[in-house]
Design a protein around this ligand. Structure first.
Ligand code: SF4
Length: 209
């Protein structure tokens, strides 16, 4: 499959879309970005990991900041860490500053990384992991068929959204207080405007036939 530059999707964008399609659109269509404590931690973390490094740990090859892509899905990106098992199987590890209540956001990202690595190296990638640096813990993510299907569906939805260029309405729910874009998004204000427009439209009399 051949993709134009406009059709290529960053693997990291899946996390934004999974969190909130409006957040994705604000960042990737409207080029809005703002920092909060979570994004600042993430930025610092990834600054430390952006230097490509190949090393050997416990006899295994480990690559940091490895560029990845999938011609099949039209994805491009970078893996924080890829550990190559004894049999050569790549094991992607995505570093996150802390846990999230919405695990799916991290899971789709690591699954997409695994799908890219499968295509690049021509071997099955059954699992990956999220590494939470705050706690030095890892959570393994099984790259199940259901999760892969979610990634494929999300990639299609993202591509459709990018083609329309229309930012979706706010979700205005429990995601918003922790969202770095809340000031740019103003979800409550937009919801009020939408609600009052809807209310007004209900009172506009239908034209006489
Ligand atoms: S503030 Fe809420 S609606 Fe707006 S982008 Fe963030 S999560 Fe989405």
């Amino acid at each position: 499959m051949t993709w134009t530059d406009d059709d290529l999707i960053m693997v990291s964008a899946l996390e934004h879309y999974a969190y909130c399609p409006r957040q994705f659109a604000l960042i990737h269509i409207e080029s809005v970005w703002d920092e909060n404590v979570f994004t600042l931690k993430g930025t610092r973390l990834h600054e430390r990991m952006d230097e490509p490094v190949v090393e050997t740990r416990a006899g295994l090859r480990v690559e940091r900041a490895l560029p990845i892509w999938s011609d099949h899905l039209g994805l491009v990106g970078r893996c924080d860490i890829v550990e190559f098992q004894c049999d050569g199987t790549p094991y992607p590890v995505e570093a996150k500053p802390s846990k999230t209540a919405r695990r799916i956001c991290h899971d789709v990202q690591v699954c997409a990384q695994g799908m890219c690595l499968e295509e690049m190296f021509g071997v099955p990638v059954p699992a990956g992991a999220i590494s939470y640096l705050g706690s030095n813990r890892r959570r393994e993510v099984d790259l199940t068929n259901a999760l892969r299907h979610t990634v494929e569906t999300m990639v299609d939805e993202i591509r459709r959204l990018l083609r329309t260029g229309v930012t979706p309405p706010p979700v205005n729910d429990s995601r918003c207080p922790n969202c770095s874009l809340i000031d740019a998004c103003v979800p409550e204000v937009i919801e009020q405007v939408r609600a009052s427009r809807l209310e007004r439209s209900l009172y506009i009399p239908e034209p006489e036939p």
